[in-house]
Ligand binder design. Structure first.
Ligand code: DOR
Ligand code: ZN
Length: 424
């Protein structure tokens, strides 16, 4: 038994305030004032914030296929360090998550981690080999345990294939998480298309490459009645289209990453390849629209898009280096510092966007601290200041443009299923 005492409980889906939390086995047993239990191990959370374990709807495992970049055990530790107790992994592993075998492999591999692991919810591919041509065996993927479908990293460019995907996904109650990028419009692009790409003489990806697919997929979701989730929203236009769709009651939700909320393409001028990410860093104007969308509820969730890449590959020139940045370890601190700290949204809203909201979108019975719920809890110190350093990342890949930045807010304890799996 664990008794978490005197913390400030921020729990958008349940009881809040200065409360104690009692955990018995793997479940929450009680939430209330002055709970006494003499057999429990007490964790003193005085001065700390206690929240439901965070849920990352969007991250990338490198196992199977690129264990040199990050093993499942390392991604798990990265997540726990960041306060995440559940993560959804995208299907662009090698082999991809387009068959039940890969789903099973990932779930089994996670279990091998005897010290305990973050909960992993695989996202299955929409199409075989993520090629955008033929639908994957969606019913088998569902049986194997996927919680959503996506060809993340790639857009399904054939609208008819996407229509069928929505129709099948709906039969199996799976949301489709769409990576929106028209591949013809964005061809050869390695950064945002705009002033900076012109100055640098680098091919850009226009905002419209994202927006035309956002609009298409919203149309298809409306047409089929399927559930659509827009991954890593990055432009003002995307927010505007989403807002209109939500007004029309289309079944659509959206996420945004910390980097798209904080960094602009001005940073690319230094040619630091840790700023190379897909979708690319955009402009101040996009950031202000994304922040407004986050505040008014147009954007439901915050997700990391954690994507480790080896130093060797990132050391290539800007045109050839791979897209992606690590983010599990830094997400909460960045959001607390730059988004909550700047008054864009409240702490409670930030927690909702990393707990109850992703749980609702994915149909997971998670994200709330309440009796009989899984005992997944994070304790963090909103006042603790630290400077992000390479050693803070759990795996060998340190591809973060936030290294060197001082942030406020640090995870001190992460509990998954009643077990303390991380403490600072
Ligand atoms: O920046 C990105 N990295 N965007 C993606 O869509 C894929 C990801 C990766 O897996 O590296
Ligand atoms: Zn991704």
């Amino acid at each position: 038994m664990i008794l978490i005492k005197n913390g400030r409980v921020v729990n958008p889906g349940g009881k809040e305030g200065k409360l104690d939390i009692l955990i018995k086995d793997d479940k929450i047993a009680a939430v209330g004032k002055n709970i006494r239990e003499k057999n429990a191990r007490v964790i003193d959370a005085k001065g700390k914030t206690v929240a439901p374990g965070l849920i990352d709807m969007h991250c990338h495992l490198r196992e199977p296929g690129r264990e040199d970049e990050e093993t499942i055990a390392q991604t798990s530790l990265a997540a726990l360090k960041g306060g995440f107790t559940s993560i959804c992994c995208m299907p662009n592993t090698n082999p991809p998550i387009d068959s039940p075998g890969t789903v099973k492999y990932i779930l089994e591999k996670a279990k091998e981690n005897r010290g305990g692991t973050v909960r992993i919810f695989p996202v299955g591919a929409i199409t075989k080999g993520r090629k955008g041509e033929e639908l994957a065996e969606i019913s088998e993927l569902k049986d194997a345990g996927v919680v959503a479908l996506s060809d993340d990293g790639d857009s399904v460019m054939n609208a008819l294939v996407m229509r069928r995907a929505f129709e099948y996904a709906k039969m199996f109650s799976l949301p489709i998480m769409s990576h929106c990028q028209d591949k013809q419009l964005s061809r050869n692009g390695v950064m945002n298309e705009g002033y900076n790409s012109t100055v640098l003489g680098i091919t850009g990806m226009p905002a419209e490459a994202e927006e035309v697919i956002v609009y298409r997929d919203i149309s298809l979701a409306a047409m089929t009645g399927g559930a659509l989730h827009i991954s890593h929203s990055s432009t003002r236009g995307t927010v505007e289209i989403l807002k209109q769709a939500k007004r029309k009651k289309v079944n659509v939700s959206a996420e945004v990453t910390p980097h798209h909320l904080i960094l602009t393409d001005d940073l690319v001028r230094g040619f630091d390849t840790s700023t190379k990410v897909n979708p690319p860093l955009r402009t101040r104007d996009d950031i202000s629209a994304l922040r407004k969308g986050l505040r008014d509820g147009t954007i439901d969730a915050i997700a990391t898009d954690h994507a480790p890449h080896s130093q060797e590959e990132k050391d290539d020139d800007y045109r050839s280096a791979p897209f992606g940045m690590v983010g599990l370890e830094t997400c909460l601190a960045l959001i607390l510092t730059e988004i909550v700290g700047e008054g864009v949204i409240t702490l409670k809203s930030a927690v909702a966007k990393m707990t109850v909201n992703p749980a609702r979108i994915l149909g997971l019975k998670k994200g709330v601290i309440a009796p009989d719920q899984d005992a997944d809890v994070v304790i963090f110190d909103t006042g603790a200041e630290w400077t992000i350093a390479p050693a803070d990342f759990a795996g060998p890949c340190k591809n973060s443009p936030f290294i060197g930045r001082t942030v406020r807010g640090r995870v001190v304890t992460t509990i998954v299923g009643g077990r303390v799996l991380y403490s600072l």
